[in-house]
Design a protein around this ligand. Structure first.
Ligand SMILES: *Cc1c(COP(=O)(O)O)cnc(C)c1O
Length: 393
């Protein structure tokens, strides 16, 4: 039995007719840039996330980049973030000329550790005239937490630190659209908890376009206006450029397709959670607890959408051999991510070394993503767990 890591064909076939109709409408209208479908999708995204404003952009990477440019983050600035994420998070910080300040993750959730943020600030920074400065006199301006694999970071603790030191919080919610975070007043949605949220609609993300696409959400109108301007080369009015932005526009065609899919997203996320529960049952039935650590669900009792399982990540003894064993049985798996960001060649200039962020390094060495998607069959999941049991047996 062949079990790919991800198979998008089931989702497409179920929605082929409305998607093709939407594409046809755009072609008939010949409006390809910032038309009515982008506006409709932006409104729908506000409803879905609870954010006041949404700005469709060209990718998740460009969402992060546009936010940093709109906030005028640049040389002399520094941004606290995680060393265990997709490359784009730290790359955008470096691309605007600022310095990424990495702090380690929590081993249970793989997300940035609020305690590590606090102790980093207390050990390495001083407040000078109301600005948080590093030892080499860079101004710490932001925190970018990443809700990795579909689970929200401990945002209450992160927001408390941010308010204390007057930092803004940009959520990298590229992997977490719709993920719930329990708050005193109810459940908040990833991206709409901090000051700004960034989403990716890369085809393999939980809400995937037919190409590159992304979005930014925020609560403040002045920032939303600036982001809209930034998306169009800082241009307002036409051919008058207030500041340097970029071409960060969301295509009308992509918005049309995303609009068809968004109403199904909550159901897809619930199906992913049901698949995760089934993996849990199968793993416990086979007593694999000594060899494998299953993903943590810290908000399960308090938030319905506690985890959207963009990935189902296990820690496995003999990870690389297990991956090879699964591959030889035609089961897809993947390592997210084999090299933590502080050890990437392009960041050698930051002068980090192995051992600087031990939990991120251990996660990179031990974790493995197993197949998970809404249409994944129980039979396929049983086969995956059978083959894992065979490996350890
Ligand atoms: C996918 C992803 C991005 C980048 O999104 P693109 O749409 O591929 O540019 C950024 N951050 C994280 C955590 C991601 O997973």
């Amino acid at each position: 039995m062949r079990v790919p890591l991800l198979d998008l064909s089931g989702q497409y076939h179920a929605l082929a007719a409305p998607i093709r109709q939407q594409i046809d409408e755009v072609l008939q209208s010949q409006r390809f840039i910032l038309g009515p479908k982008v506006e409709q999708f932006e409104r729908a995204l506000c409803d879905y996330t609870g954010a006041k404003f949404a700005i469709g952009v060209s990718s998740g990477t460009d969402a992060l980049l546009a936010v940093l440019m709109a906030l005028e983050i640049g040389p002399g600035d520094a941004v606290i973030t995680t060393p265990y994420s997709f490359f784009a998070t730290a790359a955008c910080i470096a691309r605007v000329g600022a310095t990424p300040l990495f702090v380690d993750i929590e081993p249970e959730t793989f997300n940035i550790s609020p305690e590590a943020i606090r102790s980093f600030i207390e050990k390495n920074c001083r407040q000078v005239n109301g600005v948080l400065m590093t030892r080499d006199r860079q101004a710490v301006r932001l925190i970018i937490p990443v809700h990795l694999f579909g689970l929200c970071c401990e945002m209450d603790a992160i927001m408390e630190i941010a308010r204390e030191y007057e930092l803004l919080v940009i959520e990298d919610a590229a992997q977490a659209i719709g993920a719930g975070y329990p708050r005193s007043g109810g459940v908040a949605s990833a991206g709409a908890i901090g000051d700004v949220g960034c989403f990716s609609f890369y085809p393999s993300k939980n809400l995937g376009a037919a190409g590159d696409a992304g979005a930014i959400v925020c609560m403040a109108e002045n920032l939303a206006t600036r982001l809209r301007t930034c998306r169009q080369h800082g241009m307002e009015p036409r051919y008058y450029h207030q500041f340097i932005g970029g071409n960060f526009r969301l295509d009308e065609l992509q918005a049309a397709i995303l609009q068809v899919k968004l109403p199904h997203l909550a159901g897809w996320s619930a199906a992913r959670r049901a698949a995760a529960d089934f993996y849990r049952e199968e793993f416990s039935r086979r007593n694999l607890a000594d060899s494998i650590i299953l993903p943590a669900e810290p908000y399960r009792e308090r938030a319905g959408n506690h985890h959207i399982y963009h990935q189902f990540i296990i820690r496995a003894e003999g990870r690389d051999e297990l991956k090879a064993h699964l591959a030889s049985n035609e089961i897809g798996s993947e390592i997210y991510y084999p090299v933590p960001l502080h050890l990437q060649e392009c960041f050698f200039y930051l002068e980090h070394k192995a051992g600087d962020f031990p939990e991120a390094e251990r996660a990179a060495a031990e974790t493995l993503a197993l197949p998970i998607y809404p249409e994944l069959s129980r039979e396929a999941q049983r086969f995956v767990v059978d083959k894992i049991a065979e490996f350890y047996g």
